[in-house]
Design a protein around this ligand. Structure first.
Ligand code: GDP
Length: 424
């Protein structure tokens, strides 16, 4: 069985918690794209963790975790994260790294930072983790695969070739110090030696696992609307967070995925620059931001305050569609308990017409959300574990949204902790 957990919206939907929950019944958990630029918050018996690169299955004994070829592997960040996990008393992560994964290096972080500086007011709100320069190098075929790290001469040659153009940009566009291939060779060869024992041919491993009928969980980062092709371009990320890409980024056949679980929040949230139709402002936003998530809506990676807004059926329906969601999971349902009334966006008005179709970015920027208002439930639902025990208005809210997004809401998360989950 192969399942994918992916985001239906802008990211931060609570995928980490659900992966942690579903990892229990899995043999293998895989990260297939992105890098250390986002964070999955997990709260369990060992404490609270913001995982950036480690797959969220690491807390479950007996689960193998894999960093797939599609990931931007920042080895410094990975080793730091592993150290943090161990320092809190969690077991040694069972981690494998694909020999085909590519390495995100200091030069990518530098180029990302300099480019954001250069763009100033027009910047994309990058987390400056080096993601865009990393994926640019991959596309331009000058990236470094993990397998290259293990041969010093090959590594040196590839770095020298990769630095020619970068140094021209550094000198003439950014006016910054140049990169030195010798220094990078020493550093990244040494890091390669540190991770060597975890490096595997993940494609062979996964195909064998599939044959042996293992249960595999693919863990997406960010959300559908950040997809470079189908998202709110250019406010997108540099690799595809879609389930369709998951098999590529992991190394599985496309027909292997049987369940695609798209995660959405009971309200909307988004971090970083972009278009966000149902955005709240003022006190209303501040109140929801303060109450959201496990400790307010602040980016797990950057600490930046997230924009918050009403649930958006148009964006989520589209997100589920491009994900190919077979089901949905809704998180943070408990957060809305304080509201007397809850607005839900049920259409976008554009040029006098109301539609449920999610438009291209320039039209999205002009669209006005159309709302319906539902009554709140004004009861704390954190301890509820059975759907029928939820207040009637809460169930109505869930069912109202389910009908409009056209995907069954099979799991409801009503608290940040692992146990706070309701199955339908
Ligand atoms: P991810 O990147 O999709 O894993 O999402 P993040 O971890 O960045 O953000 C989700 C936030 O919601 C985190 O603060 C989680 O601890 C929190 N969270 C997840 N599920 C729930 C829930 O059902 N209720 C509450 N209150 N917080 C939740």
């Amino acid at each position: 069985m192969v399942r994918a957990i992916v985001g239906a919206n802008w990211g931060d939907e609570g995928k980490g918690k659900l992966t942690d929950v579903l990892a229990k019944g899995s043999d293998i958990v895989i990260r297939f794209q992105g890098g250390a630029n986002a964070g999955h918050t997990i709260i369990n018996e060992y404490g609270k963790f913001a995982l950036h690169l480690l797959p969220s299955g690491i807390f479950n004994a007996g689960v193998d975790n894999l960093i797939g070829p599609g990931v931007a592997l920042d080895i410094d960040a990975l080793l730091k994260e592993m150290g943090e996990v161990l320092s809190k008393g969690a077991p040694q992560p069972q981690l494998m790294i694909s020999s085909r994964a590519q390495v995100l290096m200091d030069c990518h972080v530098l180029m990302d930072t300099y480019e954001e500086e250069r763009l100033r007011d027009f910047k994309f709100g990058s987390t400056k983790s080096g993601i865009a320069p990393f994926y640019s190098d991959k596309a331009a075929k000058v990236g470094i695969q993990v397998c290259h790290l293990l041969d010093k001469d090959v590594l040196h040659e590839r770095l020298k070739a990769s630095f020619i153009k970068k140094n021209i940009l550094l000198e003439h566009l950014y006016h910054k110090p140049l990169l030195n291939a010798d220094e990078y060779t020493e550093k990244y060869y040494a890091l390669g030696q540190q991770i060597k024992h975890m490096v595997v041919d993940s494609t062979q491993y996964l195909h064998a696992a599939l044959k042996a009928d293992k249960s595999i969980l693919l863990e997406g980062q960010l959300g559908a609307l950040r997809d470079p092709d189908h998202g709110i371009f250019p406010y997108t990320t540099s690799s595809s967070p879609l389930a369709g890409y998951a098999t590529v980024g992991a190394g599985l056949p496309p027909w292997a995925i049987t369940r695609v679980i798209a995660v959405t929040k009971a309200y909307s949230s988004s971090v970083g620059t972009g278009v966000f139709p149902t955005k709240m402002t003022g006190d209303e936003a501040e109140e929801l931001r303060k109450r959201g998530g496990d400790a307010g809506e602040y980016g797990a990676k950057t600490g930046r305050p997230r924009d918050v807004g009403w649930f958006d059926c148009v964006a989520t329906r589209y997100g589920c569609m491009v994900q190919g969601a077979t089901e949905c999971a809704m998180t943070n349902l408990d957060v809305l308990s304080y509201l007397d009334e809850i607005k839900v966006c049920v259409g976008y008005e554009l040029d006098g017409t109301v539609s449920m179709d999610f438009p291209v970015t320039p039209d999205l920027q002009r669209a006005t959300p159309v709302y319906e208002t539902l009554p709140g439930w004004k009861t704390d639902v954190k301890d509820v574990r059975t759907y029928s025990d939820l207040p009637e208005n809460c169930r109505k809210y869930v069912e109202f949204i389910e009908e409009r997004i056209g995907t069954p809401l099979r799991m409801l998360s009503n608290g940040p902790h692992r146990d706070a989950i309701i199955y339908r």
